[in-house]
Design a binder for this molecule. Structure first.
Ligand SMILES: C[S@@+](CC[C@H](N)C(=O)[O-])C[C@H]1O[C@@H](n2cnc3c(N)ncnc32)[C@H](O)[C@@H]1O
Length: 562
């Protein structure tokens, strides 16, 4: 029996020993398969062994733990103690939760290794959990002021995990005016010279503060001093690393980033402003792929290409690299590539460079600048990748032309663009955001988010798709990118076809389509076996408007004669 089959939780739990053994062996390939299988599992009953196995999976090196997030939250929600507290939170019964926070049985459940790993290592994408965590955070803040009950080591561990989660999601959770006033008092106490309070009290204050704002905002010197004073606590060290050291590292990196030029175009300036404030995507870990030569990957993607010849190393440009997930994935995916990644947002680049260092990459370089100024670099690339960028330009076609002009004849491009039909499901949420007339400060984004969440939970959302279904809803920058963008345009396949004809670029095909979509297309248009006819794809998308949820991602080639 394949061992992932052991996790059919519609059946009574089976013998956990074989999975324990496999997880202990830590064979990377099996772990990745297990994580993928488990990430899409729907659960129906509580199982302590399952929670333990999931917690062990969160120890896997080189895994993007987002694939475990929903299953981990679902597994915890089935555990009776969490279930009760989630129900309390759904009724907004803070008094019941306050009482339970002091009872050893409940605390023991909160101290579950799976809960800690879920909160510290990835993003919780569940509204019920968000409500529970928001209430628990407020209770810890109130306790910080009245000290009505004592903190145990279990509390301390949970507070650190909650502070990590709030940091991970960029403090997306709702706050009220009373909390903000209380937090200001906590911050004032923490900014006093060290020594005026005992260390335990400082530690408690720091943990509470870290649940509402990153510790570096206390003033780096003061924050660090206190962290050092408390460096014997490993949980607090983890908090300091995430909330102080990473920030300091990015601030240092920022000073070293070289620029090659900005166009100064007004839409691009507005977009730059957004990504300076809200670097995208907010990410923590990447699933490290097995590297292959670029030509092999290309032949596998498009067998009709025949032999693919490339320069060595293959020079790849990633235009609009954001916070680095995209170029880091590319740099790891090909065994023969060097990557130049550019972006107009220095905040995004600093995040990207920190992550590239963390993964020990030496084949990726980052530069600050506008894709409209690429010619000034005097470089040509074998491959150009640009995902989720052109649709934020005033003139996307001119942007694609600028990228084509730095591509060698015979080179390849991978582009990601919004689909007009697939984005229709966001229109109600986007109109709601626009109608609120609010700005885009963190507190305004939090407010818009809460209002949308309230509409969904009060069943005031007519569409079958709710914005809270989207994982991007659960981090502030990603939420802003999803629903509150300063400028976005969209394309249909036919519109894309017209642009490609004008630029003399050849469409090679879409990627990331579901197998059932490919099968349905093959049945509908058997004459287009490689799915390359954008007029037929236009018809097909009109009949299946959801096929490009997320983005339309496709490859192009430039003729050798250009
Ligand atoms: C939605 S993010 C996509 C990031 C990344 N490609 C990804 O898929 O994760 C768009 C990025 O494009 C960058 N960008 C927008 N206009 C640009 C331009 N004219 N030149 C270079 N980068 C640009 C933004 O700063 C932002 O980081």
């Amino acid at each position: 029996m394949p061992w992932v089959m052991m996790y059919d939780l519609t059946e009574p739990p089976m013998d956990p020993a074989p999975a324990d053994e496999l997880l202990r062996k830590r064979n990377r390939e099996s772990l990745l398969k297990f994580a993928q299988a488990i990430g899409s599992r729907s659960l129906s009953s509580d199982s302590a062994p399952f929670r333990r196995h999931l917690a062990m999976l969160f120890e896997t090196e080189g895994l993007d733990f987002r694939i475990l997030s929903r299953t981990a939250a679902a597994a915890l929600a089935l555990c009776p103690v969490f279930k009760e507290m989630l129900e309390d939170a759904d009724r907004l019964d803070a008094a019941a939760i306050r009482h339970k926070l002091r009872l050893p049985g409940y605390l023991e459940a909160l101290d579950d290794p799976l809960a800690h790993r879920l909160l510290r290592r990835t993003f919780v994408v569940d509204l019920s959990f968000e409500r529970l965590l928001t209430i628990i955070r407020r209770l810890y803040l109130e306790r910080e002021e009245d000290k009505h009950w004592n903190l145990t080591p279990r509390h301390v561990r949970f507070m650190v995990s909650l502070a990590c989660q709030c940091f991970n999601n960029e403090y997306a959770y709702a706050t009220c005016a009373t909390e903000e006033e209380a937090l200001a008092r906590v911050a004032m106490r923490l900014r006093r010279p060290i020594g005026s309070e005992d260390e335990g009290l400082v530690l408690e204050g720091l943990m509470v503060f870290a649940m509402y704002a990153p510790l570096w905002t206390l003033g780096v010197g003061a924050g660090l001093l206190r962290m050092r004073a408390l460096s014997s606590n490993p949980d607090l060290q983890e908090l300091a690393a995430r909330q102080v050291r990473e920030h300091l590292e990015e601030a240092e990196i920022r000073k070293t980033i070289r620029s090659f030029g900005m166009s100064g175009e007004s839409v691009t300036e507005a977009v730059r402003g957004q990504y300076e404030e809200s670097p995208f995507p907010r990410w923590l870990n990447i699933t490290v792929p097995s590297a292959v030569p670029f030509a092999d990957a290309m032949r596998k993607r498009f067998p009709f290409l025949g032999p693919v010849e490339t320069n060595q190393p293959v020079k790849i440009l990633v235009a609009g690299c954001g916070t680095g997930y995209h170029p880091i994935d590319i740099a790891m995916s090909y065994s023969d590539a060097t990557v130049l990644a550019i972006d107009i947002s220095k905040a995004s680049l600093a995040y990207a460079i920190r992550q590239a260092r963390r993964y020990g990459l030496t084949n990726v370089e980052f530069l600050h600048g506008d894709l409209f100024c690429l010619e000034s670099l005097g470089m040509q690339f074998d491959v150009v990748e640009c995902i989720g960028v052109l649709h934020h330009l005033a003139d996307p076609e001119a942007g694609l032309r600028a990228l084509r002009d730095v591509l060698i004849p015979g080179g390849y491009m991978r582009i990601g663009l919004y689909s007009r039909r697939a984005r229709a499901h966001l229109r109600d949420a986007q109109s709601f955001v626009a109608s609120r007339g609010l700005g885009r400060s963190p507190s305004e984004l939090r407010k818009i988010r809460q209002e949308l969440a309230a509409k969904v939970t009060s069943n005031d959302w007519k569409d079958k798709w709710a914005p809270t279904d989207n994982p991007e809803f659960y981090q502030l920058s990603n939420f802003r990118d999803l629903l509150c963008h300063t400028h976005e345009v969209q394309f249909t396949p036919a519109e894309l076809g017209a642009v490609l004809r004008r630029l003399d670029l050849t469409f090679l095909g879409y990627r990331r389509l579901e197998d059932h979509t490919r099968a349905a297309y093959a049945e509908r248009f058997p004459m287009d076996s490689n799915m390359r006819d954008l007029d037929l794809l236009e018809q097909f998308e009109a009949e299946h408007p959801d096929i490009f949820r997320g983005l339309q991602i496709f490859w192009l080639s430039k003729s050798r004669a250009s």
